[in-house]
Design a protein around this ligand. Sequence first.
Ligand code: AMP
Ligand code: ZN
Length: 172
Amino acid sequence: MEQKCIFCAIASRQIPANVIYEDEKVLGFLDINPLTEGHTLVIPKHHVENVFDISEEDLKHISAVAQRIADKMREAINAEGVDLFQASGQAADQQVPHFHLHVIPRKTGDQLSLHEWWVSQIKKVEPEKLNELARKLATEEIKEVIKSEEKPKPKERSKEDVYWIKRATQLT
Ligand code: AMP
Ligand code: ZN
């Protein structure tokens, strides 16, 4: 447990929260500043800061718990959809430095204009820049595929080439 970590304090029940899910490793509780009714946070009980630190096993478990909570939201509060959101690092606007996955129940017309905001944030990008970024981010296997696609394709033979090749073979 990390001193002064608010989510560690919630996990060890030193401060109260509206808990909706608990198992040996994970806690799910309602966000005190919800974006929609039922907005939930899923956290590992042990202190781990972000996606760079959490183990793959714990991340899988938290994802599975989020899925169960999403199902429950559909069944119990008529959610029609959910948004899953996770911020890792100050630059990514993470406010509480203890890993948490937001599960945000959504209904048509719920006044959370995420799409509007998203569209307003889109940056223009040239195809060359996208290609460059893909080359940087691709796995080694995908890099090989990209390289092979970039190799110049063998030039198609013109009628003239074919004629001269035929002549050359007839002469030998
Ligand atoms: P993030 O910006 O992804 O780090 O989100 C932090 C979230 O934690 C915010 O949505 C806060 O409303 C929520 N939060 C902070 N303190 C508490 C608390 N004591 N109980 C429940 N939710 C909290
Ligand atoms: Zn913590």
